[in-house]
Design a binder for this molecule. Structure first.
Ligand SMILES: [Zn+2]
Ligand SMILES: [Zn+2]
Length: 503
């Protein structure tokens, strides 16, 4: 705290500079000298609390509110500090203002509510918080019939668009005073993803809705000259419905594509074994049992293929409502517990327990989330983590068998003092050598992957949450944890807990 000095040291106007710099001590000192400073208005009629809310400075907002700053004082445009807080999206400041008497019913000179401002700011936690108060409807309009969806289309925030369209919160075809829909705005901007979401919700019919100027969204899109407009126009022209059906097949397409890609990894071992069988049968000096290796390879191939199928199709551990964190039932309860708002999944709208994460690619919350495997195009989580690790072990074993059998084959066939071994290998067995090298590098990659996995498992967590885990345990205990996980599927230590953060 700064020493109390003569009040003439600070002019009243200085408080805005001090707030802009975020200097809380100096701000407290000025308030201590003269509380009327809190009501002082600066540029455009903003009070100190307007600035603190606009910046999302929680400590400063707390200081001003606790000293009597009014969250309902309008600026020249009719916006209150509470509107600014909603636009900034800091739910702790919003909550604090409500505790200090912020009025949810106040609208600005354009008739925009706090919910409008939170949508314009793009913070879904703030929107959810305001929705929980029961004072707002997502279909509310301002004086110009502008809905929250119009504002979201203007900002191009696709997460907010999804949130507003979910559960019919906001009608996708709502028109403002000028007959403009959210799709008109998105098409004019060439926002393909926003347009796509709106069309998915409302259907192609909204493409033909005309505004007061007689223009449809497609007309507005065609007036644009950027690449985005051309792209959007072409997508609409060829039929977005067809694109959608193709899109919905995409996930499986990737999975099926991976299958033939994975097969050669296993098959190459098989084919080499057959080749070995043929070639080794003529070499009486070899003691290598090619038939036995073939049998082992076939069984191994079937087992790995089965694991591959299981890890592809098994639910990774989708978070259901019954598994949601029971401590929280609303954003307000999160705020009161001073928890990280990200515990609320804005896509599934569910409170995540520890160790859970939303996967944007799978569009689900996954319990004990490890990672989204791009090769499998599938999440790895609580239900399939052990299977995934065993699958990688199986793959590594397949590659090691191939490397050892190929090396043994080359060694026994081409070793000898009278032969130029390397020249002969390169001449007649180059493909074996190439496959051997490829398998060698694949094994290195698999070993790295397994090391990462084992390290995380030994710490009782997953690779995604490993960075949060600081607990270090003896080596024997860590290996015991890995074995317990592989044999029984159990993690022997509590998973990492998300520490609450102060914002
Ligand atoms: Zn989710
Ligand atoms: Zn995923």
């Amino acid at each position: 705290m700064l020493p109390v000095t003569d009040r003439t040291e600070y002019e009243h106007g200085d408080i805005f500079d001090i707030i802009q710099k975020g200097n809380i001590d100096q701000c407290a000192h000025i308030i201590q000298l003269d509380r009327s400073t809190l009501k002082q208005k600066g540029w455009s009629g903003f009070t100190p609390l307007h600035y603190a809310a606009y910046q999302g400075n929680r400590a400063l907002a707390d200081l001003l509110l606790c000293n009597g700053a009014d969250a309902n004082t309008p600026c020249d445009a009719g916006l209150t500090p509470f509107h600014f807080a909603c636009r900034n999206g800091n739910i702790y400041i919003i909550h604090q203002m409500l505790q200090h008497g912020a009025d949810l019913r106040i609208v600005d000179h354009q008739g925009k509510t706090a919910l409008h401002h939170s949508v314009a700011g793009g913070n879904i936690f703030a929107m959810q918080y305001l929705n929980e108060t029961g004072m707002f409807s997502f279909a509310d309009t301002d004086k110009f019939q502008i809905t929250p969806l119009h504002l979201a289309a203007s900002t191009g925030n696709t997460d907010v668009i999804r949130y507003l369209l979910r559960n019919n919160r906001c009608p996708a075809d709502a028109m403002d005073q000028q007959g403009v829909t959210a799709l008109h705005i998105a098409a004019e901007k060439g926002a393909a993803e926003v347009s796509w979401l709106l069309l998915q919700e409302a259907g192609l019919r909204i493409l033909h809705l005309k505004n007061r100027n007689g223009l449809t969204p497609l007309d507005l899109c065609r007036q644009g000259t950027t690449f985005r407009h051309v792209l959007l126009d072409s997508h609409v022209a060829i039929g977005l419905r067809r694109c959608y059906s193709a899109h919905s097949r995409g996930t499986w397409g990737l999975r099926v594509d991976f299958l033939p890609a994975a097969l050669p990894l296993v098959w190459e071992k098989h084919s080499l074994t057959v080749s070995q069988d043929e070639q080794l049968s003529g070499a009486s000096s070899l003691e290598f049992s090619a038939t036995a290796l073939l049998h082992v390879s076939v069984v191994h191939f079937i087992v790995v293929l089965w694991m591959f199928w299981k890890v592809l199709t098994k639910d990774p551990g989708r978070l259901q409502q019954g598994d949601a964190d029971p401590r929280f039932s609303s954003i307000m309860s999160l705020v009161e517990a001073n928890q990280n708002p990200s515990k609320f999944c804005i896509y599934c709208e569910i409170f995540q327990p520890d160790g859970c994460k939303h996967c944007r690619l799978c569009n689900i919350c996954v319990l004990e989330y490890d990672h989204h495997c791009l090769f499998l195009n599938h999440c790895v989580g609580r239900n399939n983590h052990r299977l995934f690790v065993v699958f990688i072990l199986g793959m590594a074993a397949a590659h090691l068998i191939f490397i050892s059998s190929a090396a043994y084959y080359l060694f026994t066939k081409y070793s000898g003092p009278s032969r130029p071994a390397w020249a002969a290998i390169l001449e007649s067995e180059a493909w074996v050598l190439v496959l051997l090298i490829m398998n060698f590098f694949t094994v290195i990659w698999e070993c790295w992957l397994l090391t990462e996995q084992f390290e995380a498992i030994s710490m009782g967590t997953t690779t995604y949450f490993k960075r949060c885990e600081s607990e270090r345990r003896p080596l024997w205990q860590r290996w015991g944890t890995v074995l317990s996980f592989l044999l029984e599927g159990k993690r022997t230590t509590p998973r990492q807990r998300r520490s609450s953060i102060a914002i």
